[in-house]
Design a protein around this ligand. Structure first.
Ligand code: NAP
Length: 464
């Protein structure tokens, strides 16, 4: 028999941090009915009122930033000193999507035609289900929640079993803002129940963020039900440091891009290609800066590198590293310099590997942990070939002082976002999207609204 509840095991010390009951069939039916019943009135609510309510919810959420930071540390291991940046990112994205809604959702005018009134309206899809991951539990969820609501949809959120409280906190903020009943609801759901909801014909869109296998399951559940599916999946994001790069900036930014959140970011830098002219000083500086991290309890304000989410995730990365080293890679960081590093726990020292190649899993498979492989390249051409040699395509980045060269290289890279001199960042004004196994669809930006609405054409003959 399927389990009726689940536990969240904290990576801090392996104890049970939370226990939640899964929603039962009756609660799920009630939530779907409430979402459906509330939708027409919500869609008829002026955008300015929807904006005021969403803005109030953002205010309520931000006001509790300290509590969110502490809860993030317990649920998924984010060092407490960095918890506020997630709240800040939530606010930035939410406020941007609220600010552009009126303009983006306005009717599309198609030009005058005598005797006719013609325009295209953007209408909400209906009920949107968001399925969110634990690694950036607020940042990923907000990408679809706020625009879906602003567009006039009602919403159900299923958050990860590692971060159930994050879903509840978002619901608290909307409740505090006075959102009408049924417009935003959180359910704790098993995979089976999630699939059942998707196949129930009672939701109109699923916004999924998570792993490639998770995305594939969602697509299967949706097949034949004619609902939209947005998939924000994994990555193996590359960076290329050109010979003309600002070395200090490249090192500093790429160490952060590789190791922030213990490398558990979909757009973390996972492989670096460095031009031969800069290779030696880059590798030396990169390894030196990596050794400065302080690995420890995420609750300690001095900690700059927390544990990964669970021991199995640490073991997965350890396995990739051991395999690469056995195949000839060189590990530049001595884990004994990190006293908290302990096999059999999620506490894992960062690692920098050189003498790697693409036959090694650490250079081809998403690591989602604090490890990076660095390879020497001789030309832009070689770097382009290596960057594209991946089943993923979420983001990619180049470090150079030559903007034209950056654009020319970027035109040839198979990626959803192309960066120059930055990485591991989402600008809410730009479309967040991936190619290949990194996903389908798009969130954020004005294009994100197109996914959460459908066009409705008005074709009226006014002269008969
Ligand atoms: P995950 O295991 O796929 O889980 C993500 C969410 O989907 C969770 O809520 C999970 O529920 C649910 N889920 C997973 N399999 C499911 C299924 N078969 N049926 C229904 N629901 C299912 O991914 P994760 O380990 O949490 O997150 C890490 C992955 O997400 C990485 O690959 C990362 O790159 C990717 N990611 C991508 C983006 C992006 O924007 N492209 C952003 C962040 C993360 P439970 O928790 O209950 O299992």
């Amino acid at each position: 028999m399927a389990s009726a509840s689940f536990q969240t095991i904290t990576p801090v010390d392996g104890s049970v941090y939370l226990e939640r009951r899964y929603a039962d069939d009756g609660e799920i039916d009630d939530a779907l009915s409430a979402a459906s019943a509330a939708q027409a009135a919500w869609a008829a609510t002026p955008i300015s009122e929807r904006a005021a309510l969403c803005a109030k919810a953002v205010d309520a959420f931000v006001a509790k930033a300290d509590r969110h930071a502490e809860e993030l540390a317990w649920q998924m291991g984010r060092p407490i000193r960095f918890g506020h940046s997630e709240v800040g990112g939530f606010e930035e994205r939410a406020r941007h999507m609220i600010a552009i809604a009126e303009e983006v959702l306005a009717d599309v005018q198609v030009g005058e035609k005598e005797g006719f009134l013609r325009y295209i309206k953007r209408v909400p899809l209906g009920v949107v289900l968001t399925v969110a991951p634990w690694n950036y539990p607020y940042l990923t969820a907000v990408n679809s929640i706020v625009p879906a609501l602003m567009a006039g949809n009602t919403m159900i959120l299923k958050h990860a079993s590692q971060t159930p409280r994050c879903g509840e906190r978002i619901a608290d903020a909307f409740a505090e803002a006075g959102l009408p009943d049924g417009v935003f609801q959180v359910l704790h759901l098993s995979h089976e129940a999630t699939a059942k909801i998707i196949a129930s014909d009672e939701v109109d869109f699923v916004a999924f963020t998570g792993s490639v296998p998770g995305g594939a399951s969602i697509e299967k559940a949706a097949a034949g039900h004619f609902l939209g599916v947005g998939l924000e999946l994994g990555g193996k994001d590359p960076a290329y440091v050109r010979a003309d790069a600002n070395l200090g900036h490249a090192i500093e930014n790429l160490v952060d891009g590789a190791f922030f959140n213990s490398g558990q970011s979909c757009c973390a830098i996972e492989r670096i290609y460095v031009h031969a002219d800069l290779y030696e000083p880059f590798v030396e500086g990169f390894a030196e800066l990596t050794r400065q991290y302080k690995l420890g309890s995420p609750l300690d304000p001095g900690t700059t590198l927390g544990p990964v989410v669970r021991t199995s995730a640490a073991d997965f990365v350890r396995g990739q590293v051991e395999e690469a080293v056995a195949a000839g890679a060189k590990a530049l960081v001595d884990p004994t310099g990190f006293p908290a590093d302990a096999p059999g726990t999620p506490y894992l020292a960062p690692q920098v590997l050189v003498d790697v190649d693409h036959s090694m899993r650490v250079m081809s498979e998403e690591s989602f942990g604090p490890v990076i492989g660095i390879m020497k390249v001789g030309s832009d051409e070689e770097a382009i070939g290596l960057m594209n040699d991946s089943p993923f395509g979420l983001t990619a980045a180049v470090w150079t002082e030559d903007t034209e060269a950056a654009i020319a290289i970027g035109d040839r890279i198979e990626t959803g976002t192309w960066f120059m001199n930055r990485c591991d960042y989402l600008d809410p004004a730009l479309a967040w999207t991936g190619v290949k196994h990194s996903g389908r669809g798009c969130t954020l930006s004005r294009l994100g609204y197109e996914v959460l609405t459908r066009p409705k054409s008005y074709h009226l003959r006014t002269a008969t």
